[in-house]
Design a protein. Structure first.
Length: 111
């Protein structure tokens, strides 16, 4: 095996390793973000860019809103929902889920 082919093999191995690490990071992020009772950890720092564009579901938003309501932020959650033109969470447009979730999550900082 010549020097050039050895270098090419090392480069290919490094690319494969990087791809594998990216897949592992994505799976770990999905695993830990699915458990909403755990606090965010350093895993969230390694959040892949493609995960940021994930379409939220009503159930995901409802879970966080319910958690905040139980923590005493019922009025604030209701105000956020009405801000998006809805009288209840199920009437919020799916394209507004991310914005609603972002505003509701900020309530955690006020605790």
């Amino acid at each position: 095996m010549g020097r050039t082919s050895e270098i090419q093999q090392v480069i290919t191995d490094l690319q494969d390793t990087a791809s594998s690490l990216s897949d592992i990071a994505s799976r770990l992020y999905e695993f830990f973000s699915a458990d909403e009772t755990q606090e965010q950890t350093a895993v969230s720092v390694a959040k892949p860019q493609k995960q940021l564009k994930k379409q939220l579901t009503l159930e995901e938003v409802r879970s966080v809103c319910a958690e905040k309501s139980r923590a005493g932020f019922t009025a604030e959650v209701k105000t956020i929902i009405t801000k998006y033109g809805a009288d209840k969470l199920s009437a919020v447009k799916p394209e507004d889920y991310a914005a609603v979730l972002a505003e509701v999550e900020v309530l955690r900082n006020a605790e």
